[in-house]
Design a protein around this ligand. Structure first.
Ligand SMILES: N[C@@H](CCC(=O)N[C@@H](CS)C(=O)NCC(=O)O)C(=O)O
Length: 221
């Protein structure tokens, strides 16, 4: 891992980590400068004492802000929201806020961890083909739920014409579904439309896996 500069916000991240991607978008939206500290999950750097001292759960992302260390993307986003209120990640309308929490939680509890489990355990026991069907099944189930949840709330973005928390979870999850599981987004027209809208936003573009300093030149895994 790179030498740590003690002054700035620091984000421990891995280029293709969708959970890190969520936080990178928030840091960009809030125009916060940060030091990017790559943790190579392929090399197992999340298990090194150097990293587990920062985050004992052995997962990226982790954020360091002076003396404050926060891990877990949702906790990091809520911390950033409280400390750096510019470009709010939550709408003031309570119903919209609840929809944002719900969409974020569908991704972070009912899709991403299953995809990780598929990648680690299903692949190891049953092979790549089973991993792919396992992951596609859970992504599809989650995406169907998101389509239903957002159909009466979406505007240009997930819950209207401004970017909020739900979008920070959706963009990385849709990216991952297409890139790693070859999910055909024709089945999910609302999410496909939102994904197109995210591609036009600099804060999202700059947070893309391929743009990160630890991405391989080809962007391949
Ligand atoms: N709930 C956590 C999940 C973090 C997580 O699953 N991180 C993955 C990358 S997206 C990871 O570090 N995996 C390493 C491993 O499984 O060993 C969050 O939202 O930050």
């Amino acid at each position: 891992m790179a030498e740590v500069d003690k002054k700035k916000l620091k984000l421990y991240s891995f280029w293709i980590s969708s959970c890190s991607f969520r936080v990178r978008i928030a840091l960009n939206l809030k125009a916060l400068q940060y030091q990017y500290i790559p943790v190579d999950l392929f090399k197992g750097e999340q298990l090194t004492p150097e990293f587990t001292e920062v985050n004992p759960t052995e997962y990226v992302p982790a954020l360091v802000d002076g003396d404050v260390v926060v891990s877990d993307s949702l906790a990091i986003l809520m911390y950033l929201e409280d400390k750096y209120p510019q470009h709010p990640l939550l709408p003031s309308n309570l119903h919209k806020r609840a929809i944002n929490y719900q969409a974020a939680n569908i991704v972070s509890s009912s899709i991403q961890p299953l995809q990780l489990f598929g990648h680690k355990s299903v692949k190891e026991k049953f092979g790549t083909h089973e991993e792919l069907s396992f992951n596609r099944y859970h992504i599809g189930k989650g995406f169907e739920a998101l389509e239903k949840l957002l159909k009466d709330h979406a505007g240009r973005y997930a819950t209207g014409d401004e970017v909020f928390l739900a979008d920070l979870f959706l963009a990385p999850q849709i990216y991952s579904a297409i890139k790693w599981c070859n999910v055909d987004m024709v089945q999910f027209p609302l999410l496909a439309r939102l994904n197109d809208a995210y591609k036009g936003l600099p804060s999202f573009q700059d947070a893309m896996p391929e743009k990160q300093p630890d991405a391989p030149p080809s962007g391949a895994s």
